[in-house]
Design a protein around this ligand. Sequence first.
Ligand code: SF4
Length: 330
Amino acid sequence: MDRLYALSTHLRQRYGGRVLKIPLDAGYSCPNRDGTIASDGCVFCNPAGSGSGLLSRGQDIPAQWAFWRSVHGGRGGVERYTAYLQSFSNTHGPVERLARTLDALAGLPGLVALSIGTRPDCLDPDKLDLLAERRDTLGLADLTLELGLQSANDATLAHIGRGHDSAAFADAARAAARRGLTVVAHVMAGLPTPGGRVGREDRDDLAATVDFVNGLPVRGIKFHNVYVARGTRLARLHDRGEYEPPGLDEYLDQLGHALERLSPATVVHRLNANPARGELLAPAWAGNMRALHNAVRVHLDAADIRQGRLCGAAAGPPPWFSPEYKGELP
Ligand code: SF4
């Protein structure tokens, strides 16, 4: 049974097969770290774990591309790639800098799409216009903005030191969609809260965040379980006994509930966080990807979870949940 609209399914429908993602480090920082907004970063953010640092070690974007292509190239005949500007906030700074970054992508072999990780408050109209123009001049099938929302609750966002509110996310998502750019939202389960019973967001909070995303022109979502990473403010809270990340059963319950509320048209890119090597302090289960993927699959089957059951797909899975679907995409 097709329980959700998975990214692998969507890519097969959109491109006729696999498209690999190549992570690129374009040397950006983040306004929540470099003093533009704040210096501490979000409570969960590990500055050492957020970037590969390849650019500062002398590997420019074409060199990084060549390296990753040599790793992936020809695997299963795949020669289609999404460039993923992943580290920190890749539209931070002047528009001229963004233009130079986009220039460096021209002519990369096999490039069919671009994903840019950034913050909603780093996307003024000039940058969005530039992105829409370069999507066309670079011949990209998709230009996706991966925007951190994390929670739709402004009190939580303030508590974790996010530096923007949910309205900033909504404005950026609408402005990007008006230009034909694809928006993917990052959301987190179990963020610390300023008050509350367990000191962290619960299933109703994640459900409210999903409801918020459903109301916006957001085409994809990445779910992350909160974990405690070395060197973060969350690690200090955890040390003092002021925060505990959700346990596995709690996370599975939150995730299943959120999926049932998620629009069936939204592509699910991730179902869990993936800690960088060496950064995970707690919980231990968050570091075992194989066991976690298996636990998610077993939970969705056992609880008979289906994306969108409570949001427009009550009667059964829509046809596009199937990789074989050939009709119009939602
Ligand atoms: S916006 Fe992203 S990179 Fe910046 S501090 Fe927060 S999590 Fe870290």
